[in-house]
Write a protein that binds this ligand. Structure first.
Ligand code: SAM
Length: 593
């Protein structure tokens, strides 16, 4: 089962981590990989006719070995120099872009994407996720920009042409995948506008305005067309709510004496009181916060009952128990001992839960100029909603030159379009528990973790080991390879199950023993998912419209889980049919001699 994380969640702490790049001066050849499209022009030239871009998988990457293996399977090494040379041959640009992208995609894979990527080894065209595609394209733009800043005039045109091609790809990706949102015009945004005015008077720069978005509360809308690299929002550190702000307070003096108390908990307790402080510097911010956060943490018993048979039920129950235990440790003791600092009426369980939901759904982890990572509340930035195809990928690092946090666009945002972030690569269960919504579109991180022993068994030396210690599935509609031995299911899982059943068997062959082993693996997997669907029961979606928000969300979640389980079961069944056919052929050959 998946490990539960109940520390204050990051709203999104993704920090820019791009492969180190070097612009290498000229004089080199076209990479052999490009030779096919640009002609066999592998002459060594001592002229200024070529320039190159280096894509490198950093050795510090936590998945270095796995990514290196994947790169090698596609004919690349962890450090690849791609030579760029203007050519009149048609197709040189698209061939160059394809090679750059193949490598950049692998470098930018995250753990879940990598787990599911292994079954696509033989595919030449890859697409791992919208996030990955945007990261990969943006990392190439960054490398080109570095090259442009130091290249000779001769290469400016080539690099600019390449840059434009990549920007066009980013734009197309956004156009194809952005979700149409409906702005609710009848809501007044006076409070939000006051907050923006206050922010601007304190140094905030914004190209966004706030509006109500159907199904998502407030959201930030672009005031004008914004392009890749533009700063949609800039927040000075002086208006960010973080640990430092409260260190001089009386409350801090009391709380820091409590053994093991985290700075996040101290901040949370401070925010419970500050919300009611009419002299607070952040009064306008607190006034603009919702009175109620509808996250999984405040699901009713009815909604929790709907979740029966899913892991989310357990996740929510455990999270609530954890918070209750934390509350009981501190209250009423603090109110009794320091009633002036902790007035009992401000420190009720309901108000504590409100503050937990605020911090879970609105805080961001920010890296300050001194390298410290701090959980913060960021006025105005807290209006930005989450998307699977976000406009802003990286926003977690303070710019030391300006002492501000910049929300730079990784894809264009047109005037009137909602500008979104990525809160992180979260499953639906995490998004429901801590944020209270299900994103629109196919969430590639929506996995069902499997409670199987992940440790590798001793097996035939020749059989490749995948080295994954935990396993999962996701909707098999997201996979492209449904052929025999793949079935749209993750290869690390299949390999593990094959080895568990028959450690010494040479797998993925058309020999009878291997096919029989394969059939048993799929039968077992199908049984697990059929049982899972049975445990979840049927959902009557006709009732949905008359239900409360939490019951609707619970039903929608269960529906997505059933869809995933159903897709796995169906893929197993299709695989079993393929295997039975092959077994018949095997047996017929045996009989016919
Ligand atoms: C940081 S706040 C964003 C602003 C928020 N919409 C508001 O009105 O204050 C995060 C919350 O916004 C909502 N939200 C964010 N992204 C969403 C999405 N894609 N769909 C629906 N709700 C979303 C969820 O309620 C989430 O807990």
């Amino acid at each position: 089962m998946r490990g539960q994380r109940f520390k204050l969640a990051t709203f999104c702490a993704s920090l820019l981590s791009l492969a180190p790049s070097h612009f290498l001066p000229l004089k080199f050849l076209l990479l052999a990989l490009l030779a096919a499209s640009v002609g066999r022009e592998r002459r060594i030239m001592d002229t200024d006719e070529e320039c190159s871009i280096v894509l490198e998988l950093p050795e510090t990457d936590p998945f270095f070995d796995k990514k290196k293996k994947l790169l090698r399977s596609k004919g690349f090494s962890p450090k690849e120099r791609i030579y760029l040379r203007s050519s009149s041959k048609p197709g040189w640009m698209s061939a160059t872009v394809e090679v750059l992208l193949q490598i950049a995609r692998i470098i930018q894979l995250n753990e879940v994407e990598l787990y599911f990527a292994e079954d696509d080894v033989c595919m030449s065209m890859e697409f791992y996720s919208l996030r990955n595609e945007l990261e990969a394209l943006n990392s190439i733009v960054l490398l080109i920009d570095i090259s442009l800043s130091s290249c000779s005039d001769l290469h400016t045109n080539i690099l600019q042409g390449l840059r434009q091609t990549i920007l066009d790809l980013i734009s197309d990706l956004g156009d194809k995948n952005s979700v149409k949102v409906v702005v609710e015009k009848d809501h007044s945004c006076n409070q939000e506008e006051r907050l923006i005015e206050w922010g601007e008077s304190n140094g905030v720069k914004t190209e966004l305005k706030i509006a109500y978005i159907e199904g998502a509360g407030r959201g930030a809308i672009a005031r004008k067309d914004l392009k890749v690299g533009d700063i949609a929002l800039e927040i000075p550190v002086s208006i960010i709510i973080s640990e430092e702000l409260i260190q001089e307070t009386e409350m801090y003096g009391v709380l820091k004496e409590i053994d093991g108390i985290s700075s996040e908990t101290i901040l949370l307790l401070w925010s419970m009181k500050e919300k009611y402080n009419s002299d607070s510097k952040f009064k306008i911010y607190f006034d603009a916060l919702p009175e109620k956060f509808n996250t999984g943490l405040s699901f009713s018993i009815q909604a929790i009952t709907v979740l029966d048979g899913t892991l989310l039920l357990e996740e929510i129950m455990q999270a609530r128990q954890h918070l209750h235990a934390q509350y009981d440790e501190l209250f009423p003791a603090l109110c009794n001992t320091f009633p002036d600092i902790f007035p009992p009426e401000l420190y009720t369980w309901e108000k504590f839960l409100w503050a937990c939901e605020l911090w879970y759904s609105n805080s961001m982890k920010i890296k300050y100029s001194d390298g410290k990572l701090k959980t913060c509340l960021i006025p105005i930035a807290g209006f930005l909603n989450h998307s699977l195809c976000p406009h802003v990928l990286h926003y977690g690092q303070v710019d030391p030159a300006k002492n501000s946090l910049k929300f730079r666009l990784s894809r264009p945002c047109r005037s009137g379009e909602e500008c979104c972030l990525s809160y992180g690569n979260f499953s639906s269960s995490h998004l429901i528990t801590f944020y209270g919504f299900l994103p629109q579109g196919d969430n590639p991180y929506d996995v069902i973790p499997l409670d199987i022993d992940g440790t590798d068994v001793d097996s035939n030396e020749d059989i490749p080991r995948s080295n994954w210690t935990s396993h999962m599935v996701r909707g098999t509609w997201l996979s492209r390879d449904h052929k025999i031995f793949y079935y749209g299911l993750p290869s690390p899982l299949l390999d593990h199950l094959r080895r568990c059943r028959s450690p010494m068997l040479r797998t993925k062959t058309f020999l009878q023993e291997s096919l029989e082993n394969e059939l048993e693996v799929l039968e077992n997997l199908k049984d697990i998912f059929d049982e899972m669907m049975g445990n979840m029961g049927e959902i009557d979606l006709d009732d949905r419209e008359n239900c409360y928000w939490d019951e609707k969300l619970a039903m929608d979640f269960k529906n997505t889980q059933r869809r995933i389980a159903h897709s796995v079961s169906t893929s197993c069944l299709a695989g079993m049919d393929m295997l039975k056919n092959e077994l018949y052929k095997c047996m017929a050959e045996d009989i016919l001699g």
